[in-house]
Design a protein around this ligand. Structure first.
Ligand SMILES: [Zn+2]
Length: 360
């Protein structure tokens, strides 16, 4: 799989970026793919070549916008936690795990280097069961439940607090006409939520790994139109933060061989996880009139998610859902919540991982 780490390069590339922009304009205008044609701009040909490849004969691009520098894998070397990019006379120290197979390319904008690396993911384990992850805009952002053991993890209670805090700051700024600050505040909020998403995903994957469970997530397209979420469709606690959290969970799980499956989100919050009938949900309380089951609504939803077939999952996989039933349902063990306690994690993500493409 491919991971992209985003780190600050601490170098002034304004002159190179300007040259790249000029080259892109030439490429778009003339369609040339020959570095000799743009030699006069003085950008190293290995970099210029990447710009030409992107802009020449690309009919989708009508005008040149932001042009980044792209250094291909040739020439890049790695030694003692430093990446050397000779074509840009650059040496970047990095902190991320150096278990990658190779660097595919590095893209540079004025502030960041986006380092794309290939990482060998282990073969997925045969899980003893699944945890379901229920995402919510109120209360805890993620509620993780395993219906076999009855164990539940509630994570990210602070998300709503973060969101409300920035919402009120944004309102004040809008009222006072301080629009310049708005973008900065948006970025700060995004950073906070991202950090939180890293913590939550670490915890979920760690728990799954410890118990040899797979992870089931709700397919997100459904969440946007889901009645449960529609009312609370707000800036930070909506699509992008859920999507980011799922991405974090997915790539971290893949890195340690934990299978991840997506399920249809329909009725996950209305169905009774014990008998399957539709119950009533009021706030965070779920009651089933058919069997009398009473539970925390998000916990009930997480159990439903865990029990559902994954999309594209074969029916033979259903057997793996039947894990240990040693713990009777009544004796539900709830994990203690320690929201303020920073726990050391086996996974450390010093840099931001921008996206992940699962190739295998
Ligand atoms: Zn029921």
């Amino acid at each position: 799989m491919i991971l992209t780490y985003k780190i600050k390069h601490n170098k002034d590339f304004s002159s190179e970026l300007k040259k790249a922009h000029q080259i892109a304009e030439v490429a778009l205008r003339t369609g040339t793919q020959t570095t000799a044609d743009v030699k006069q701009y003085g950008l190293k040909s290995i970099i210029a070549n990447q710009v030409l490849r992107e802009y020449a004969r690309n009919r989708k691009i009508k005008r040149v916008g932001n042009v980044n520098l792209i250094a291909p894998s040739q020439g890049i070397s790695v030694k003692e936690h430093k990446i050397r990019v000779p074509s840009l006379k650059l040496e970047i120290p990095y902190q991320f795990p150096d278990n990658f197979k190779k660097i595919n390319q590095i893209e540079f904008d004025s502030v960041y280097a986006y380092i794309s690396v290939s990482v060998e993911a282990p073969k997925a384990i045969k899980p003893k069961g699944f945890v379901g992850v229920d995402l919510n805009t109120t209360g805890h952002i993620a509620v993780v439940g395993n219906p076999d053991s009855g164990k539940v993890l509630k994570l990210g209670k602070e998300a709503l607090h973060i969101h409300n805090k920035y919402k009120s700051i944004r309102k004040k700024c809008q009222k006072n006409g301080k629009f310049g600050i708005l973008k900065r505040i948006r970025n700060r909020e995004q950073r906070k939520i991202r950090d939180l998403n890293h913590k939550i995903s670490n915890k979920i994957v760690e728990t799954a790994k410890d118990n040899q469970y797979g992870i089931k997530l709700e397919k997100l397209e459904g969440i946007r139109n889901n009645r449960k979420h529609r009312k609370n469709f707000n800036f930070a606690l909506n699509g992008w933060s859920f999507y980011q959290l799922q991405q974090f969970i997915e790539y971290k799980a893949k890195l340690c061989g934990i299978p991840v499956a997506y399920v249809e989100p329909k009725y996950t919050s209305q169905e009774c996880s014990r008998c399957g009938n539709i119950g009533t949900r009021q706030g965070k309380e779920f009651v089933c009139q058919s069997c009398g089951h009473f539970d925390h609504a998000d916990v009930n939803a997480s159990f439903n998610i865990a029990k559902r077939d994954g999309i594209g999952q074969f029916s033979t996989d259903r057997d793996v859902l039947k894990g240990s039933t040693d713990t009777p349902r009544g004796a539900t063990l709830r994990t203690k919540e320690t929201p303020n306690q920073e726990e050391p994690h086996p996974f450390q993500w010093w840099e931001d991982v921008r996206y992940v493409k699962a190739i295998s």
